[in-house]
Design a protein around this ligand. Sequence first.
Ligand SMILES: NC(=O)c1ccc[n+]([C@@H]2O[C@H](COP(=O)([O-])OP(=O)(O)OC[C@H]3O[C@@H](n4cnc5c(N)ncnc54)[C@H](O)[C@@H]3O)[C@@H](O)[C@H]2O)c1
Length: 322
Amino acid sequence: MSILITGGMGFIGVGLAHELVAKGQDVVLFDIVIRPERVADIKDNVKIIQGDLKVWPEVMNVVRDNKVEDIFHLGAMLSVPSEINPWGSFQTNVVGTMHMMEAARLFGVKKLIFPSSVASYGLDTGEVVTDVTLQRPVTIYGASKVYGELLGRFYRRRFDLDFRSLRYGGVIGPGVKTPGIAQFYPWMIENAALGKPFECFVTEDTANPVTYFKDAIRATLQLYDAPKKNIKTVCYNINEFSPSPTARELELTIRKFIPDAKVTYKPDPVVMAFHKNQTMKVVDDRRAREEWGWRPLFSKLEDMVADFINEVRTKPQYYGLA
Ligand SMILES: NC(=O)c1ccc[n+]([C@@H]2O[C@H](COP(=O)([O-])OP(=O)(O)OC[C@H]3O[C@@H](n4cnc5c(N)ncnc54)[C@H](O)[C@@H]3O)[C@@H](O)[C@H]2O)c1
């Protein structure tokens, strides 16, 4: 029996693959783009299959041919690419997710884990979002995540698929290339660690919920491992920093480790116009804490920044930064 990771060549998929291989699991990575260098160190323990979530026979084949027991369905177009190509995003994130759920149903998959996003919230959230805050996203990406959460709940009720979901903040870590509103966090730390100047594209007081990649991977595995009887809320917020740190707070924290870090601010009007729709400052994750014992490893900004700088400096090649 194997574990399938869709989007398995992506930032989080690769991290998950390493953790699952370390636990002795047979792992299959399914992705539209193949980047074997990302799993070179575990190449003998993973099977890589190039395929497209939009093409239902390719999705059916990968599940049928590999005796897949559980699925981490990570394959998706992220927020900015979805904004640029909403039609492709619909096919990948909505139709592709339906394909995945159907394959799970038809071939007796037990568990399906689906990463959603704080982008599934949106208008009029107030400053605190809980697991019962109304989700009214303003983007097609956010709408596709709400659809995935609801479709999964349906498959759980109707077909007894053990569907579970968690909402990351903007995922940050070394080498993240996907542009997005939260990307000033990783780029500010990464550039400082590499001794390069960084022109920040948001104002000093801008803040966004973020999740350090190590905690995103850890939370995903913890949710996967939780006993079925504990899963009541089904779709969970997770959180590290409360409230989310501002750009200036991040800069000051970086300076504790790199006093001569060069950061300037030139807010991009397009990014800031987009950002002004967002009022959430605190992501309430008490249900994940109560139901499956979620606790972040990195709840202090300083600890995360120190770890991030260390990763950049000790493994630049691994993150494509050398
Ligand atoms: N990165 C974030 O800030 C963030 C935040 C919240 C939720 N998430 C979710 O986490 C998951 C993983 O994100 P990530 O950060 O690793 O992003 P990523 O872009 O690094 O990985 C996504 C992967 O999906 C693949 N993919 C895209 N279209 C596909 C298709 N049609 N068929 C097959 N594969 C396809 C891409 O090639 C890529 O490797 C996604 O579902 C994303 O929506 C990410």
